[in-house]
Design a protein around this ligand. Structure first.
Ligand SMILES: NC(=O)c1ccc[n+]([C@@H]2O[C@H](COP(=O)([O-])OP(=O)(O)OC[C@H]3O[C@@H](n4cnc5c(N)ncnc54)[C@H](OP(=O)(O)O)[C@@H]3O)[C@@H](O)[C@H]2O)c1
Length: 356
């Protein structure tokens, strides 16, 4: 029997992707939609906020949206919630919901850096789920977060290198899509030919979250990775898909063949575990020039029926001083949020953390 799940922030840009990824899911059944009081009481399909390219399932279109309070969530009887709440309200609401015994899989920032909360990307740091096990052992329903959308692409690009080399220093510059700013970000499409070299709090998130994700877990604590990260973030006139230029210093001067080999031979920590939303090839290496590109590659993974769950790495080079350079592209509202969060819940379920 699939677990009945609730979706917080259901009308948002990430909420729509959750609807897409939960449609027909074998283990999770989308049972109740929650949004702000402006949407409460309305039929989802009549609210008029569905803007993604995937079709809106009829069964979801006819569902009535509930107002989001800990009480309405508890009353709905769902077994877990996926949260795409704005940061401003997510912190307290998610805590209250977890305290009522309902596990929370969140896309929002407030709990990401909590010492007791895993910041999980299964292909990168599956062992960090140990923190959720501890939360459960201590009698609480777990809160599990996924990273900021630009952090996700960065660490998925770094992971194959970390398997082969000791990373010392990372410099990343982003070219981020407008949907990273949610439904409101779509307004930026009306201002073409522009780049905005500022995204509030984004650089700090990339710098801290990536070190937590790539850190080691031991006895219930995460020791952040000891490399430095310097991020510069910009919003570009692209609808979906964050492209990032990454420069990495490692403990040696590798050859280009060693670096390409690290990407080619990368095997994720959950390879072979048959999780429904896990792509066969989480990191796709492009060897042709001028790839990846958002317009061509944001939906990488479509061939497996998982559009946007794979990240693309390309333009891999090694500079004369031995630094590694590459571009990485990830779909911000799929891999960087809803799809990643559904995958986190699948791993938690497989590890016996969900259900009775
Ligand atoms: N967009 C991305 O690429 C991305 C990536 C990773 C993480 N995230 C994070 O995911 C979360 C959602 O982002 P988004 O891009 O989907 O934002 P969004 O498009 O602005 O959607 C926000 C959602 O939250 C609901 N909401 C607003 N105020 C609320 C309140 N006071 N109480 C309950 N619900 C409320 C909205 O409902 P109404 O329609 O009724 O207002 C809507 O469903 C944010 O925390 C964001 O930082 C986003």
């Amino acid at each position: 029997m699939p677990l009945k799940v609730g979706l917080l922030g259901a009308t948002g840009m990430v909420g729509q992707r959750f609807v897409q990824f939960l449609d027909g899911h074998p283990q999770f059944e989308l049972d109740t939609l929650f949004a702000s009081k402006n949407s409460a009481g309305k039929q989802y399909g009549k609210i008029g906020k569905w803007t993604i390219e995937a079709p809106l399932p009829d069964a979801v279109a006819s569902m009535r949206v509930e107002e989001t309070t800990a009480k309405t969530v508890s009353k709905s009887g769902v077994s877990l919630v996926f949260s795409a709440l704005p940061s401003a309200v997510a912190g307290d609401l998610e805590t209250e919901i977890a305290e009522l015994g309902i596990p929370v899989f969140s896309n929002a920032a407030p709990h990401r850096m909590d010492a007791a909360v895993p910041l999980l990307i299964p292909e990168v740091n599956a062992p960090h789920l140990a923190l959720a096990k501890l939360q459960k052992e201590e009698g609480r329903a777990p809160i599990v977060t996924n990273a900021n959308c630009s952090t996700t692409g960065l660490v998925m690009g770094l992971k194959p290198l970390a398997e082969r080399f000791q990373i010392r220093d990372v410099v990343v510059s982003t070219y981020q899509a407008v949907t990273g700013a949610g439904n409101a970000g779509l307004a930026l499409l009306a201002q073409p030919n522009n780049v905005i070299p500022h995204i509030a709090a984004e650089e700090r998130k990339m710098e801290t979250e990536s070190r937590k994700i790539m850190g080691k877990v031991s006895r219930g604590k995460i020791r952040p990775a000891d490399f430095s990260v310097l991020a510069s973030c910009a919003r570009v006139w692209v609808r979906d898909g964050h492209l990032e230029s990454v420069v990495v210093t490692v403990d040696m001067e590798p050859s280009i063949d060693e670096v390409l080999d690290a990407f080619r031979k990368f095997r994720s920590e959950i390879a072979g575990r048959s999780l429904h939303t896990a792509p066969d090839e989480p990191v796709h290496l492009f060897t042709e020039e001028a790839r990846p590109q958002p317009a061509l590659d944001a939906l990488l993974g479509s061939a497996e029926g998982l559009p946007g769950m794979s990240v693309g790495v390309g333009q891999v080079r090694v500079a004369d001083d031995g630094r590694i350079r590459f571009f990485v592209l990830s779909h911000n509202t799929i891999r960087g949020s809803a799809g990643g969060s559904v995958l986190n819940a699948e791993l938690a379920l497989a590890e016996g953390l969900l259900g009775s």
